[in-house]
Write a protein that binds this ligand. Structure first.
Ligand SMILES: NC(=O)c1ccc[n+]([C@@H]2O[C@H](COP(=O)([O-])OP(=O)(O)OC[C@H]3O[C@@H](n4cnc5c(N)ncnc54)[C@H](O)[C@@H]3O)[C@@H](O)[C@H]2O)c1
Length: 354
């Protein structure tokens, strides 16, 4: 049995990690102060997910704690010697960071440093996982030559077919403040791996998704899209002719990658982690798929101006991760992801109306 700390434990990835490791009989502690509701208002509230976890888990302990609070973190790390830290707490939105630059940096960069340092001081042999993001590459992926297809943008050169790999540069690009605060955390985490030799792994997420997301317009692409479709409201698409492409990975496959790394850590390594080409989809394709799977026409509008620094076509190249961890693969298909999110949102909507 291991002692595992999950930050952001009421969020999408954190809650999946809690469920997964609790099911295996480990002692899981979660940190979450429901800050998603501070960032995004009531629709971002994650207390429903915290309550769900407390009901279904066997040995899970929740701590209503802010990762910016070094004193309380220190007390927690003194009282429990963790074997694994899965750090998922974040201000996760590209666009939101523009309104709250200091809070964004404090949570994403300083919060990560607080956790890395607490780990170094109290449990330096623990494995530390940072959920980083494809936004650390800023808009550099947009420099690849693209071709326009009927429903999506795609890479023009056969060599780029597998998508963006970890050699893409992370500086001299337009990140958004969110991308810059996450890049700071990413670099700091690499340093704790490389400089201190700690077992730190960094996963740069594409679109991470699943039914436990509290999707809002500013964060949680498929979750929010389905929510809008089911609740008969209107979705707004920003730019790129609605042909922008994202690769989507189910939270279960994210946690399985974390588990593989934890079993055989490589200090300071970075991995791109998304759905890869097979789970990639454009905005137009996603709208068509939701319509086909719900049997309802979706209401959406188009704004010509794209989000600043937004990726046009982003597909995670998964070859490095698969070569280091050959037991890992994508197991949840895009259709299954859509199906799960639709079922979950339909249930949430009917229980809200009941
Ligand atoms: N979902 C995606 O598409 C995506 C893509 C790339 C990277 N990521 C990264 O993966 C990680 C997890 O993302 P997610 O989708 O699960 O996000 P999420 O918003 O669903 O979960 C994050 C949780 O952290 C909590 N939190 C925020 N600030 C906190 C603080 N100061 N102290 C304690 N708790 C705090 C929030 O209340 C929330 O429950 C984040 O680091 C995010 O940047 C996510």
């Amino acid at each position: 049995m291991k002692f595992i700390l999950v930050t952001g434990s009421s969020g999408l990835i954190g809650s999946e990690a809690v469920e997964h490791f609790d099911r295996q009989g480990h002692r899981v502690h979660g940190i979450d102060n429901n800050m998603r509701a501070v960032f995004f208002g009531e629709p971002g509230d994650t207390t429903w997910n915290r309550d769900r976890l407390l009901k279904i888990t066997k040995k899970f302990t929740h701590h209503d704690l802010d990762i910016r609070d070094r004193t309380r973190l220190d007390t927690l790390f003194r009282s429990i010697r963790f074997d694994l830290i899965v750090h998922c707490a974040a201000q996760p939105s590209h666009d939101k960071a523009r309104d709250i630059p200091i809070l964004d940096f404090e949570v994403n960069a300083l919060g990560t440093l607080n956790l890395l340092e607490a780990t170094r001081l109290h449990c330096p042999n623990a494995v530390f996982i940072l959920l980083s993001t494809s936004k650390v590459y800023g808009d550099a992926p947009n420099e690849l030559p693209l071709k326009e297809l009927e429903m999506r943008w795609d890479y023009a050169r056969p060599d780029d077919y597998q998508g963006i790999n970890e050699n893409c540069r992370i500086d001299r690009t337009l990140h958004s403040l969110f991308g810059a605060s996450k890049a700071s955390a990413d670099l700091m985490a690499q340093e704790y791996g490389r400089y201190f030799g700690m077992k730190v792994g960094i996963f740069r997420g594409g679109c991470l998704t699943g039914p436990s997301h509290s999707g809002v317009e500013l964060h949680g692409f498929l979750s929010y899209l389905v929510k809008v479709a089911i609740s008969d409201t209107t979705y707004t698409v920003f730019g790129y002719k609605a042909k922008q492409v994202r690769d989507n990975i189910h939270s279960h496959d994210v946690v399985c990658a974390i588990e593989e790394f934890a079993a055989n850590p490589r200090p300071g390594e970075v991995y791109n982690l998304g759905g890869g080409r097979e789970n990639s989809i454009s905005m137009l394709e996603a709208i068509a798929k939701v319509e086909q799977m719900t049997g309802k026409k979706m209401s959406w509008t188009y704004v010509d101006q794209n989000r600043i620094g937004d990726h046009i076509c982003y597909i995670s190249d998964l070859r490095k991760l698969k070569s280091h961890y050959p037991n890992w693969n994508i197991t949840v298909s895009l259709d299954e992801i859509f199906h799960q999110i639709i079922v979950d949102h339909t249930q949430r909507l009917s229980s809200a109306g009941a």
